[in-house]
Design a protein around this ligand. Structure first.
Ligand SMILES: Nc1ccn([C@@H]2O[C@H](COP(=O)(O)OP(=O)(O)OP(=O)(O)O)[C@@H](O)[C@H]2O)c(=O)n1
Ligand SMILES: C[C@](O)(CO)[C@H](O)COP(=O)(O)O
Length: 238
C-alpha cells in the first residue's frame, strides 16, 4: 500500500522590511545560526518529512545554497526556487516546483522561513488533520482584546473567544492547495495566508493548537524574544 508522504514548502522570499536590518532577516543569527537554517533544521530532522522546497529572492539563491543549504547539509532540500512580489506568489512558485516530486494526495506543509520554533508534535498533528482532506491551520487563541478601527475610531469589539491568530505550518493535500492557488490567481485574490484561499473557495479549514513560542520573527523585538526562547532550551542547537 502507498503511504502518504509529506513535504515542506518554506517561503523565505520576503524583504524583511519591518526588521530594518542591513541583511535580509532570515540570515540574521539566532544563537550563532541563521534563522532560516534553524527553521529548515526542524524539517530536515523530522522523520515525517520526505522533502523540502525553499523559496528565496532570486538574487539570493546562490548565497542561500552555499551559506545555508550546503553549509548545514540540508539533504532534504529538493530545490531552491525564486519567490514573487507577495508571499502568495512565492508559495505558488514553490507549489509549481513541487509538482515534479509529489502526487495530489501528498501532504504539503507550508511554513514561514522565519518561524524557527515549530516542533515535531505540531507537524504530526498537522499532517494527521490534513490527511482527512481539510486544511490544517496552526493557530493560537488571541490573548488581547481586539478592536475594529476605522480612521482612528473604534467601530466594534469582536467576541474574543472566536478570535485566533494564524500561524504556520498550514497543511493541505497537494492537489487541493494547488487548485486553490490557481483559482486565486485567476480571480486576482490576494490573501495573507494560504488557508484564506481555501476558505474563500469553500474548503474546510480546521485548527491545530499552536504554540505562543511559534512566533514569526518580524520586528527587532521578536529577535530579543527568540533569543530568550533559545536560552530556555539546552544546547542552543536548532
Ligand atoms: N514576497 C514574499 C513575502 C514574504 N515571504 C515569506 O513569508 C514569510 C512571512 O512573511 P513576513 O514575516 O511578513 O516577511 P517579509 O515579507 O520579509 O516581511 P516585511 O513585510 O517586513 O518585508 C517570510 O518567511 C517571508 O520570507 C515570501 O516568501 N515572499
Ligand atoms: C502566514 C502568516 O504567517 C500567518 O500568520 C502571516 O499571515 C504572514 O503574513 P505577513 O503579511 O507575511 O506577515
Amino acid at each position: 500500500m502507498n503511504k502518504t508522504r509529506a513535504f515542506a514548502l518554506i517561503p523565505a522570499a520576503g524583504m524583511g522590511k519591518r526588521m530594518g536590518a542591513s541583511m535580509n532577516k532570515q540570515y540574521l543569527q539566532l544563537g550563532g545560526i541563521p534563522i532560516v537554517a534553524r527553521t529548515l533544521q526542524v524539517f530536515q530532522d523530522s522523520p515525517l518529512i520526505s522533502g523540502i522546497i525553499l523559496v528565496i529572492p532570486e538574487d539570493e539563491i546562490p548565497y542561500c545554497r552555499r551559506e545555508v543549504v550546503e553549509k548545514y547539509r540540508f539533504s532534504k532540500v529538493l530545490d531552491v526556487v525564486s519567490g514573487g512580489s507577495e508571499r502568495q506568489h512565492s508559495v505558488l512558485n514553490g507549489l509549481q516546483a513541487l509538482q515534479d516530486h509529489t502526487a495530489p494526495d501528498d501532504i504539503i506543509l507550508i511554513h514561514d522561513g522565519v518561524r524557527p520554533f515549530i516542533d515535531e508534535l505540531i507537524l504530526q498533528q498537522s499532517i494527521d488533520l490534513a490527511t482527512t482532506g481539510v486544511g490544517a491551520l496552526v493557530a493560537v487563541q488571541t490573548k488581547d482584546t481586539i478592536k475594529v478601527v476605522h480612521d482612528g475610531t473604534v467601530v466594534s469589539t469582536p467576541d474574543r473567544s472566536t478570535l485566533w491568530q494564524a500561524q504556520t505550518p498550514q497543511s493541505f493535500k497537494f492537489g487541493q492547495i494547488l487548485a486553490a492557488h490557481h483559482q486565486a490567481l485567476q480571480e486576482g485574490f490576494l490573501g495573507t495566508d494560504d488557508c484564506s484561499l481555501l476558505e474563500r473557495f469553500n474548503g474546510t479549514v480546521r485548527i491545530v493548537n499552536g504554540s505562543y513560542r511559534n512566533i514569526k520573527i518580524t520586528t527587532p523585538e521578536d529577535l530579543v524574544l527568540a533569543e530568550a526562547f533559545l536560552n530556555q532550551t539546552a544546547g542552543g542547537r536548532p
